[in-house]
Design a protein around this ligand. Structure first.
Ligand code: SF4
Length: 347
């Protein structure tokens, strides 16, 4: 199967030339895919192309993409969660998070996830496989078509660990930037942190994309190694201080500040001593801490820290000179934590 979604304008011109067509036929395909962003992605629907060209493409196994709609869940605040099926009958989730000015797409990079973070529904099921770039990009088209507006921002915070799918991650970032016309600065790649992969991400990005301007967000969730190992089993392979050192290098290499995600878990990491410890860990470097209200899930013992605790924690970080904000949970009433819609569809 050859997927056209994710192809550059040059790639599509070459497809047309290879079939004895003029290069502009490739540009017509490009326009149909990225500018119309059609809901129906069958090659037959590209009516501007000669019928025999469409037939040949189809006979030779070309498709625009191949995800299909399975289920959706709309929260009171407008957050839309979609469950999509892959051609091998697996399910993936993506989420559209609207505000007045933005539509943020939260994308999955893998089917399942091998990282087994203790607070996460996706981690419970292990990894099935990584997604192809076309499957990553197709999530954007589904969100746009369901929500009837264009996506403006991208976060790789859905199912999976993006740095374990580096090639297709970067292929999709190229296309998001150049074909979907979304600036790299509006893209966030969130990782639980894998040894050596932070350096590799910036190096490969410069090599393949010519720049590295997206935001790196580290799922830190702890102020010390002991707590981190308690909630993220893979943390034992990568000391929290080494993560911070590698992030400092990322800032030097790219000029982009790093964001640290911190889930506020009641009685685990939400005390003022943790705020002081976190401040010491992160002081003197270009970074930002994002405190997150935890969406509780049934199968897990962790509880959400109170709003009061979160506010005290935030103001302690602020007074310690750490740039900090807190993120409201969106779609809380509709199973918004990663992996939950997929689980519910099976039950
Ligand atoms: S939180 Fe992210 S990295 Fe951890 S198990 Fe869930 S999907 Fe994987």
């Amino acid at each position: 199967m050859k997927h056209l979604l994710g192809s550059s304008i040059k790639d599509l011109e070459n497809v047309a030339l290879n079939y004895g067509q003029a290069a502009f036929r490739g540009r017509q395909i490009y326009n149909w895919i990225y500018n119309y962003r059609n809901k129906n992605k069958d090659i037959d629907q590209i009516e501007i192309l000669p019928l025999n060209f469409r037939k040949k493409l189809k006979n030779d196994g070309f498709k625009v993409s191949e995800l299909s709609f399975q289920a959706k869940s709309l929260a009171n605040d407008g957050t839309l969660k979609l469950l999509l099926s892959t051609s091998d009958n697996e399910s993936i989730e993506c989420v559209g998070i609207p505000t007045e000015k933005r539509l943020t797409a939260c994308l999955s990079s893998q089917i399942g996830c091998p990282m087994d973070c203790k607070f996460c529904a996706t981690g419970k099921e292990g990894l099935k496989r990584s997604l192809k770039a076309s499957e990553i990009l197709d999530q954007i088209l589904f969100i746009e078509n369901e929500m009837n507006r264009k996506v403006t921002n991208i976060v790789f915070m859905g199912m999976g660990e993006p740095l374990l799918n580096m090639d297709d991650l970067l292929l999709s970032i190229r296309s998001i930037n150049e074909d979907f016309q979304i600036s790299q600065r509006k893209i966030t790649v969130s990782t639980v942190a894998i040894p050596k992969m932070i350096n590799k991400l910036s190096a490969n990005s410069f090599q393949i994309l010519g720049k590295c301007q997206f935001t790196l967000a580290i799922s830190l969730h702890a102020s010390n190694q002991k707590i981190r190992e308690l909630i993220i089993p893979s943390a034992k392979n990568y000391h929290i201080k080494n993560i911070v050192e590698d992030c400092k290098q990322f800032v030097r290499d790219t000029g982009r500040r790093v964001s640290f995600e911190y889930l506020m878990l009641s009685g685990v990491n939400d005390q003022l001593e943790h705020a002081n410890e976190l401040s010491d860990l992160l002081k003197g470097f270009q970074c930002h801490v994002n405190l997150i209200h935890y969406n509780q899930i049934e199968e897990v013992d962790f509880k959400r820290a109170s709003l009061k605790k979160l506010q005290l924690f935030q103001s302690k970080l602020f007074h310690n000179g750490i740039a900090v904000s807190s993120r409201k949970s969106r779609g809380l009433d509709k199973n918004a934590a990663c992996g939950q819609l997929r689980q519910n569809a099976r039950n």
